[in-house]
Design a protein. Structure first.
Length: 67
């Protein structure tokens, strides 16, 4: 849709409806801004931030009875 078509339609609206159109445009712009913020995580972005202890795979003493 052409900008001139939209503007000509808006010109014929009463002031209270023009205010609603303005609010709706602000809503759409805010929603689009939120959508742009959602990005895919980059591979390796958490490199060096997550650590496991050296004895991670060792059996736990609490479960010796069950092993």
């Amino acid at each position: 849709m052409e900008n001139t078509t939209i503007l000509s339609k808006i010109r014929f609206l009463p002031p209270e409806l023009k205010e609603e159109v303005n609010d709706f445009i602000d809503f759409l712009l805010a929603r689009r801004k939120k959508e742009k913020k959602k990005t895919q995580p980059r591979f390796g972005a958490a490199n060096g931030k997550i650590f496991t202890s050296p004895d991670f795979d060792d059996p736990l003493e609490d479960f010796k009875d069950y092993m």
